[in-house]
Design a binder for this molecule. Structure first.
Ligand code: FE2
Length: 485
């Protein structure tokens, strides 16, 4: 039997709603499950036969029961009708929010586990140029991730040669599987789960080429184990995309990097979606960060790591209530304290993934400031990760040039002036200068900014270049703004 309590985490709201209708409108309110069984009751206890009563189904899903409101007379029930409708709307929207939050959390967990897996896999195959060895590692890692007893790949090598790699299978066992009629039937189709004649569960995935297939990968569970699930099938189809017979090791690694970055982007998009006012924030911060990084002494490998850290910098906002993130107005001191906890949550989310410490530090320390007035740790100067100092500038620039519930977006020039005023105090001088250089780059200028954020406002776009040069000169020629010790 379905009931509202199966969907509602917070039953306090339901109890408070019943009390509101009972205490303020004299109703006796009973909550029923989908079979009509009473679950909760509030009120003076009108028997339905004494007066009037009316049943109101919950509207959220087709049948999770409803409320019966009883009153001493038809008139009393009619008078209470708007309040009953209001109570139902409040419960409906609470149900919607809770279900949405549950779905987002599940999606985040799945993405996190894929992210973790891809990261470990990428690190294991870096530098291995023997394709068969790469396949062995991939088979073994995926088999352990999805609990497969055996696995095998049949495909072509870089020079069209036949490659066969097995995990926990003797050549005889492999031949036995491949000669099963059910296996032959599966060959050539999409990723499928099927049961072999001997009761084993098989997960078969074709290896795709630009046109057609060039082989297959198969994972097997012997009959004593449970069958593969839909989630494991999806997991394997995602991973399968990286197993192509024509991949050279470098291409394989690059593809994993892409897939890894795409998973990070999906996580960032989930965070941005939580807050309508900062929609797209993580993406823009990543773009500004990379633009700055290109004008610092950072190589391509480090730029990739920096980009990942930038996408993840606000990951911890998943732990902050949407009511606070999207609050239309100034935050209370308590709410502000709550928001300032997001770097701490980012740290907690990233710790189990075991990313290199410098990537985690770069994400977690983006609100630290040179003079030690930042958070979460109040680090100062060189103690702040150099990557975090880059993300901090990108983050503040995007925050200033974006509209907030309590203020309009600042122009590019105003935002840059604020960054410049903060050099040596809050922001790293070399980072701010690199940002100005990136904006003033021949191929950059206003065009680069416009591709990142079409809503940017300029005080006078035709004078932007002059403004950028003047600002850079001002910084370079000015003595250090750091307060003397
Ligand atoms: Fe942040």
């Amino acid at each position: 039997m379905a009931s509202i309590q199966d969907y509602l985490f917070d039953t306090a709201l339901l109890t408070a709603t019943l009390a509101y209708l009972a205490d303020h409108h004299g109703l006796t309110v009973t909550v029923h499950d989908s079979s009509g069984q009473p679950l909760l009751r509030h009120g003076p206890g009108h028997a339905d036969a004494d007066g009037a009563s009316q049943f109101h189904p919950f509207r959220f899903v087709s049948d999770i029961g409803g409320l019966t409101c009883a009153a001493e007379s038809e008139q009393a029930l009619t008078n209470a009708a708007p309040h009953i409708a209001f109570a139902l709307t409040v419960l409906d929207s609470q149900l919607e929010r809770e279900v949405e939050l549950r779905e987002t959390s599940e999606e985040m967990l799945q993405l996190s586990s894929q992210l973790n897996f891809l990261y470990k896999l990428a690190r294991k195959i870096i530098g291995i140029d023997d394709l068969a060895r790469c396949y062995e590692i991939i088979l073994s890692e995926i088999s352990q991730a999805i609990g497969a007893d055996h696995a095998m790949i049949a495909t072509k090598g870089r020079w069209e040669e036949k490659i066969q790699v097995s995990y926990n299978l003797t050549p005889q066992q492999r031949t036995a599987i491949e000669s099963r009629p059910s296996f032959k039937n599966a060959a050539g189709g999409g990723t499928i789960i099927f049961t072999c004649e001997d009761g084993a569960s098989l997960l078969y995935s074709p290896i795709k080429e630009k046109e057609g297939h060039s082989g297959y990968v198969v994972f097997a569970r012997t009959r004593d184990h449970r069958f593969f699930s839909a989630y494991e099938k999806k997991f394997v189809s995602i991973i399968e995309n990286i197993i192509s017979p024509t991949f050279e090791t470098l291409r394989l690694y690059d593809s994993l990097q892409d897939l890894y970055l795409n998973t990070v982007k999906a996580l960032a998009a989930a965070i941005d979606a939580k807050d309508e006012y900062t929609h797209g924030h993580s993406f823009r911060v990543a773009k500004y960060t990379i633009a700055i990084g290109r004008h610092l002494d950072i190589d391509q490998k480090q730029l990739n790591d920096l980009e990942i850290a930038a996408y993840m910098h606000d990951l911890g906002k998943i732990g902050i209530s949407e009511a606070i993130l999207g609050k239309p107005g100034k935050l209370t001191a308590e709410e502000f304290r709550e928001i300032r906890r997001h770097p701490e949550f980012t740290d907690k989310i990233l710790q189990p993934i075991k990313l290199p410490a410098f990537i985690v530090d770069a994400a977690v320390q983006h609100h630290e400031r040179l003079d030690g007035t930042g958070y979460p740790l109040g680090l100062a100067g060189e103690n702040i990760s150099s990557f975090a100092r880059v993300i901090a500038v990108a983050d503040v620039f995007d925050a200033l040039t974006s509209k907030r519930p309590y203020r309009d977006a600042l122009s590019v020039e105003e935002a840059l002036r604020i960054l410049c005023d903060g050099i040596d105090i809050k922001f790293d001088r070399t980072v701010v200068l690199a940002f100005l250089r990136a904006l003033n780059h021949e191929e950059g200028r206003g065009e680069m900014l416009a591709t990142i954020n079409v809503n940017l406002q300029f005080a006078a776009i035709q004078n932007l270049n002059t403004f950028l040069i003047e600002l850079a000169d001002f910084i370079i020629n000015k003595e250090s703004l750091r307060p003397s010790a």
